[in-house]
Write a protein that binds this ligand. Structure first.
Ligand SMILES: *Cc1c(COP(=O)(O)O)cnc(C)c1O
Length: 437
């Protein structure tokens, strides 16, 4: 038997965090459909509340054995120290930030991020008195540095941006964040840890919407936060009161003093205060579904990437297609960055512009038959959406242009079907809109 610490990716995605059930010997991870767990004694209950006992379970809003398998497995795949699963990707982003932010603080975020992240920061966090600045030249370290203020507490970006696939130079931006004394959080949803592990390149914390490729079947909403335990929240304690001021009921010292020697300060505070108090815990049933998906992650991603490459090559050569965006497209402005960070390929999100503008983009989506028209990505099925009329319709013309969303842009999430069938469907839909060009 090899040591679990040495397992390669394809082995860890099947085994990490799981073992046969100790009471029933069930081989697959059971769904622990229970809200609560009994204490052995009054002393054990008190120890649990004081965080002296981190092994036993108490209440499924904080932790659950099915969900623990998800957390340990994804932490292992990302190369992190600890992970906390949440009810959605939105909850993962919100909690990852709320664990270190408070009113008066400031966030710097790439403008090439998921629309839900922009809404969260520019609308909801603004209501809480947390300010946000958007960076458009995302791979220019000076563009990030120029926005740093005394109140800046975090940098946030996606490893592969949405919807045009801009690849972040994680190392360069992490260096600026660290010079500014703040952590870099990366949303790694589009890349998955199979293609890119941000913690290896200087990022401090990773978030995911597990709804997408990690689960893969389009059956369960979920999210996760993985901490690399690399950021030194002890260097300027006054910037992080949540990690340094003792929390009522959790003993007399702050999380940093007590748990940073174990690398658990950020993750444990997240679980036992932010997740506990705001409450977006995952259901153990959804964690079970996610485990089924994780077991085949690398196999699916290899097929997603092969199919995406075939579709990109076909669209590149098509006369009605004016421009193709893909993370590892050789003509992309970030091609040298992608070559360094994504040697195995740029994932499954392909977007392209069609001759004929907004009307052609919308009509093309209507003409597709095999692709499902919906707002999700990362399913085994191929999916399509027209961002200008849907996901990005809340943005102004100017914001859409800044995020490189052309009115004709069509976003594809390439599934794992036979690529010849996907290309045939794309071709018949392009024929159907040829008269609009
Ligand atoms: C979908 C998505 C989210 C939000 O996740 P939900 O699971 O839908 O809440 C966040 N970031 C990215 C990049 C996404 O694609």
């Amino acid at each position: 038997m090899t040591d679990a610490a040495d397992w390669r990716f394809d082995t860890a995605q099947v085994h990490a965090g799981a073992r046969p059930d100790p009471t029933t010997h069930a081989r697959a991870t059971p769904i622990y459909a229970t809200t609560s767990f009994t204490y052995d004694s009054a002393d054990a209950a008190a120890a649990s509340f004081l965080l002296d006992d981190l092994e036993n379970y108490a209440y499924s809003r904080m932790s659950n054995p099915t969900t623990t398998v998800v957390e340990q497995r994804i932490a292992r795949l990302e190369g992190g120290v600890a992970a906390v699963a949440t009810a959605s990707g939105q909850a993962a982003t919100a909690l990852a930030l709320l664990n270190i932010l408070r009113t008066g603080d400031h966030v710097i975020v790439s403008n090439q991020v998921y629309g839900g992240t922009t809404n969260l920061l520019l609308r909801r966090f603004a209501e809480l008195g947390i300010a946000t600045s958007l960076v458009s030249e995302i791979n220019d370290p000076e563009a990030w540095r120029a926005l740093v203020r005394p109140e800046t507490r975090v940098f946030f970006a996606e490893s592969i941006g949405n919807p045009t696939g801009a690849v972040l130079d994680i190392r360069a931006i992490a260096d600026v964040a660290h010079q500014a004394g703040v952590p870099l959080i990366i949303d790694n949803t589009l890349a998955t840890p199979y293609l890119l592990r941000p913690l290896e390149h200087g990022a401090d914390i990773v978030v995911h919407s597990t709804t997408k490729f990690l689960a893969g079947h389009g059956t369960a909403i979920g999210g996760i936060i993985v901490d690399g335990a690399t950021f030194d929240f002890g260097a300027e304690p006054e910037k992080w009161p949540g990690l340094h001021v003792p929390d009522v009921g959790h003993g007399d010292v702050g999380y940093w003093e007590r748990f940073s020697p174990l690398g658990l300060a950020y993750a444990l505070r997240l679980r036992t205060t932010v997740l506990r108090d705001y409450g977006p815990a995952p259901s153990p049933f959804n964690s079970f579904l996610l485990i089924q998906g994780l077991e085949t992650l690398s196999l699916r991603i290899r097929q997603h990437v092969a199919n995406a490459r075939a579709v990109v090559a076909h669209l590149d050569a098509h006369p009605q297609v004016t421009r193709v965006h893909y993370a590892s497209h050789p003509d992309a402005p970030w091609a040298d960055v992608a070559a360094r960070y994504l040697p195995e390929g740029g994932g499954a999100i392909v977007s392209f512009e069609i001759a004929g503008g907004f009307a052609a983009g919308a009509a093309f989506v209507d003409a597709l038959e095999l692709f499902s028209h919906l707002a999700n990505i990362g399913d085994v099925r191929s999916l399509v959406i027209h961002p200008a009329s849907t996901t990005n319709s809340g943005l102004s013309e100017e914001q859409r242009a800044a995020a490189s969303v052309d009115p004709s842009l069509v976003r594809l999430s390439i599934g794992i079907e036979d690529p010849r069938d996907l290309i045939a469907d794309l071709d018949q839909a392009l024929r159907a809109v040829a008269h609009l060009a």
